[in-house]
Ligand binder design. Structure first.
Ligand code: PMP
Length: 355
């Protein structure tokens, strides 16, 4: 077995993979595969209901919010958020914390004015800007809770005079959040929730229907809510595996329990980066992500041989994003702390050999 530190699609629990494999051959003993049953069958409706129920339970979603499983990835939500929420001639506020925030802004510009309230672009996004004012005349304020490429994460969320729209693609279900602080949350499934192919959307019902826009059905949150995520054929398999993954999370004690594990994993790994003279972190310490741990080596010539040593130990997926370089160890929910210790051992062994 490999130690999978990939940034996404990321590691899934092994027992979930086994259940998913069984469901492909014969779903719950019905003699049919999950891949070949109607999305309107009682079996699939039960899966979707269960997935929605688990999201609500695990994140303690309050009344007045709808939970959707859509398609098109988080990148489609970059456009759907403004399409649904931004009136013609209106303005939306964005916090620029990386490439994904940039892409969200780019899509919003198709629909109206984008005001950047703060940016860390000048430092290649190594920190989360903190001193900013959210304009009260914006339709919403958009943030990216965890910046997958740079390894920064918002440790708290601002109080906002307007609905907060949050891209939580790379840290949803990894820590406790207060859903009531947000108007819209979206996340591609392929980090902590399941496989690629479905996107979770949690939307506060009363922020919808105010943009005055005519919105095509598939892009219209209200239509998707009324259709129960089944306006058209949903991504059945991705929803099935997400449901299994959320069930796994519940059986582990839910979000609070996994958050404690994630903090422990991040603590030992950052501890080694700070202690080991060959390695150094790249982000502001107070903004360090508990999901994507980015680091470089003091001597860049060490990076290739270290990667080789790591690969020999079954460690995969730690090469940093091409725009940052160095290394990125993604320590998503399903990655056991034992894998983190294997990485730490490799770092210590390399330092020992290269004193
Ligand atoms: N936002 C964030 C924070 C991401 O990490 C990613 C993908 N890595 C995306 C958006 C884009 O997601 P998708 O590929 O599902 O469109």
């Amino acid at each position: 077995m490999k130690h999978n530190f990939g940034a996404g699609p990321g590691i899934l629990p092994h027992e979930v993979l086994k259940q998913a494999a069984a469901g492909v051959l014969d779903l719950n003993g019905i003699g049919l595969s999950i891949l070949e049953i109607s999305h309107r069958s009682a079996e699939f409706e039960a899966i979707l209901d269960e997935a929605v129920k688990l999201v609500k339970e695990l994140l303690e979603v309050p009344e007045g919010y709808s939970v959707l499983f859509l398609q098109g990835g988080a990148s489609t939500q970059f456009a759907l958020a403004p399409y649904n929420l931004l009136p013609e001639g209106g303005k939306a506020a964005y916090l620029e914390t990386g490439v994904w925030a940039n892409k969200a802004m780019k899509e919003a510009k198709f629909f109206g004015e984008v005001q950047v309230v703060a940016s860390s672009k000048e430092s290649n996004f190594t920190y989360i800007p903190k001193d900013f004012v959210i304009p009260a005349d914006a339709a919403y304020f958009h943030i990216t809770s965890n910046n997958t490429i740079y390894g920064t994460q918002s440790q708290s969320f601002p109080k906002s005079p307007v609905p907060v729209v949050c891209d939580m693609s790379s840290d949803i279900f990894s820590r406790k959040i207060n859903v009531a602080d947000f108007g819209l949350i979206y996340a591609g499934a392929q980090k902590n929730m399941g496989p690629a192919g479905t996107t979770l959307v949690i939307v506060k019902d009363d922020i919808l229907g105010k943009s005055g826009r005519k919105i095509p059905a598939m892009f219209n949150y209200q239509v998707q809510i009324e259709g129960g995520s089944m306006y058209n054929t949903p991504p059945c398999f991705a929803i099935y595996v997400s449901m299994l993954t959320l069930n796994w999370l519940k059986s582990k004690g839910g979000v609070a329990a996994i958050e404690a594990e994630n903090i422990a994993k991040a603590k030992v790994l950052y501890g080694e980066i700070d202690r080991n003279p060959l390695f150094k972190g790249v982000c502001a310490v107070e903004d360090r992500s508990h999901m994507n741990v980015c680091f470089v080596m003091e001597n860049p010539e060490h990076e290739k041989p270290f990667l080789k040593l790591a690969e020999e130990k079954g460690i995969v997926g730690i090469k940093g994003h091409r725009s940052v370089g160095g290394f990125r160890a993604s320590i998503y929910n399903a990655l056991p702390i034992t894998s983190v210790y294997v990485l730490i051992d490799a770092m210590q062994e390399f330092a020992e050999k290269n004193k």
